[in-house]
Design a protein around this ligand. Structure first.
Ligand code: G6P
Length: 609
């Protein structure tokens, strides 16, 4: 949440900062600002709303300077007003951008106010800003002032600070919120996500927890949490600078929906073939862990949590191990029982979700056999801190509503099921069947995408609805949940998902002609049960939208719209049935005119609690 970009260069950096903010806008988009040092003065611009508003004012006032910081905000403390937008300044000397939450800001604010500091915003960041200024004015250098301030504040921060009295230096610090340094030639950068810096560099240093760095044009000095100077690895990132482009699509979300066949292919490549799952794909040493696994604990948030829910069905059916799945924000605050031989699996697109990361750290203290993260961002905190990691190769996902990350997470989890299953009595024939089904998945998704026009037409019927109910059974229940989440995230229609068998235990009371009911109905062992549920809904006057296999014996008739989905093997049906639900929510949102890629109040990467 919130995006940070900073630069120390010889050239003017306002455009680099703005481009970085545009690329980070998915992290927060209620206000934006930048500050550059120009002739030993700080020039600051802040605007409410999207980065475009800031870009307009940059175009009018041409701020010049080679050292600068910028920020796109997702409000935590204080409304999205210009006064609350970053950068924050103290006595016109320093400018600070910050991502995270300073938990003891009230106490610090009281102390600083008493000492005469004036607060012009409601933010916690301004407290950090005055605190750093106070330490500077006591004679500390910028690096030392930030190190001391870092010890005084509690909570999470990723921060970058510039000081007009040290115009060629920027100091950055990380604790709980990601920061990456981008290395240029005669210029250096910082950002909360490397994506922001891909137009200017492909060499990155990921800061560790507690690191503080002093960055100049020609040098980067990093100090760890104990204040010791340390070397951190330089990583070359092989990502195309244009991966943040929409291409021919109107929205990132649609582009990402259509990328799914390719992303799934990439995720499978070299890891599975017609002769089964390859060994060693979860990293060196993981094969030795596998025989010891008796239980799998999955922890995740949002869409990633739904992927984990599907996997629970698979682990218990095919890998012969028990599996529990939990939302990270619940897991981290309760007393839990660790089964012998428990593998801790975290799932995250970003690898920076605060609750998921905290759950991993907690699990590492609690005697789990080992930890594995399934993640889409190389170098992310989750990847670096887990014993093993497995990359979903979905490429950069920009749309706030997760799509391609979800399907590639499912594919990755299924490969984990096979890897564990092989040691737990999964018959070779079943492994081959699953492997072959997975190999066909990209073309099955391509077929599912062909329903786009039909679904677009159907979406018209949802535009004036206020509520929707999604029903599924078995491993399609989490898919119904994911469908409901997509609809509420981007179209703001209240949507709920129920396991169809629960219908009679409450939600049936809600059903009337104003409540559309969406059913995911592949042809599987539960189909007959689902038929009965559908009849119960129909009898109560609701309009039904049934996504079903051609031979699932559903027919369009009055108040029932059947959308045929390509028949598919049971095991990959969750991925295939996800596609039409993604398309449905996308088209409903477009018809309603909402901001599809940056829906209100949401952020792509939730790096604060
Ligand atoms: C936010 C995003 C969701 C995402 C969730 C978990 O809520 O808007 O799309 O599913 O975070 O994120 P993660 O990066 O951990 O998968």
């Amino acid at each position: 949440m919130c995006g940070i970009v900073g630069a120390v260069a010889q050239r003017d950096v306002a455009d680099i900062l703005l481009e970085g903010l545009r690329r980070l806008e998915y992290r927060g988009y209620d206000s934006a600002g930048l500050a550059v040092i120009n002739n030993s003065e700080i020039q600051r611009l802040r605007r409410v709303g999207k980065v475009k508003n800031l870009a307009d004012s940059v175009a009018e006032s041409f701020p010049q300077g080679g050292t600068g910081v910028a920020h796109t905000r997702w409000a935590t403390h204080g409304e999205p007003t210009e006064a609350n937008a970053h950068p924050h300044m103290s006595q016109d000397r320093i400018a600070v951008v910050h991502n995270g939450i300073i938990e003891n800001y009230k106490e610090l604010k009281a102390e600083l106010s008493e000492e005469g500091y004036h607060f012009s915003s409601e933010t916690d960041t301004e407290v950090l800003t005055h605190l750093i200024y106070k330490l500077l004015s006591q004679g500390e250098c910028l690096l030392k002032a930030v190190q001391t301030a870092a010890k005084t504040v509690t909570g999470a921060y990723g921060t970058a600070i510039i000081d007009k009295q040290n115009p060629d230096v920027m100091v950055v610090a990380r604790s709980g919120s990601p920061l990456v340094i981008g290395l240029g030639i005669g210029e250096n950068f910082v950002a909360s996500d490397q994506l922001a810096l891909l137009p200017v560099t492909s060499r990155f240093i990921y800061l560790e927890e507690g690191d503080v760095a002093r960055i100049s044009r020609k040098s980067v000095e990093i100090f760890d949490k104990n204040g010791e100077q340390v070397e951190r690895k330089v990583n070359l990132v092989d990502a195309k600078a244009d991966s943040a482009d929409k291409g021919e699509y109107r929205h990132y979300m649609m582009k990402e929906i259509y990328e799914q066949p390719t992303c799934v292919r990439q995720t499978l490549e070299g890891r599975i073939s017609a002769s089964g799952i390859e060994t060693g794909i979860f990293g060196q040493g993981f094969e030795e862990v596998v025989p010891k696994i008796n239980h799998v604990t999955i922890v995740a948030c949002g869409t990633s949590y739904h992927a984990g829910m599907v996997a629970k069905y698979w682990f218990e059916q095919y890998a012969n191990v028990s599996c529990s799945i939990e939302i990270a924000s619940e897991f981290r605050y309760r007393k839990f029982y660790v089964h012998d031989g428990s593998l801790f699996v975290s799932i995250s697109q970003s690898g920076e979700t605060a609750d998921t990361l905290a759950a991993l750290r907690l699990a590492q203290e609690q005697g789990y056999l080992s930890s594995l993260s399934i993640c889409n961002v190389m170098g992310s905190s989750l990847v670096r801190e887990s014993d093993y990691h497995f990359m979903t190769r979905a490429g950069t996902e920009i749309g706030v509503a997760s799509t391609k990350a979800f399907t590639t997470q499912l594919v990755s989890l299924l490969m984990l099921v096979l890897t564990i299953g092989k040691h737990k009595g999964l018959p070779a024939g079943v492994e081959l069947e699953i492997a072959n089904a997975l190999m066909q998945l990209p073309s099955k998704i391509e077929n599912a995408l062909l329903a786009n026009k039909e679904i677009e037409a159907l979406a018209e019927e949802f535009a004036d609805k206020h509520h929707a109910l999604f029903l599924g059974r078995g491993d399609q229940y989490p898919i119904a949940m994911e469908g409901a989440l997509k609809l509420k995230e981007i179209s703001y229609i209240h949507a709920e998902a129920y396991a169809a068998g629960e219908l009679k235990h409450g939600p049936i009371a809600l059903i009337d002609a104003e409540m559309p009911v969406i059913v995911v109905a592949p042809k599987n062992d539960l189909l007959e049960k689902l038929h009965s549920n559908v009849e119960e809904v129909r009898a109560r006057g609701s309009i039904l939208y049934v996504f079903a296999d051609k031979d699932a014996k559903f027919q369009s008739e009055e108040n029932v719209r059947v959308i045929n989905v390509t028949p598919t093997e049971d095991i990959i049906a969750p991925m295939v049935y996800t596609i039409p639900l993604q398309l449905l929510s996308y088209h409903v949102a477009v018809i309603k005119g909402t901001d599809v890629d940056q829906p209100r109040n949401l952020a792509k990467s939730v790096t604060v609690e």
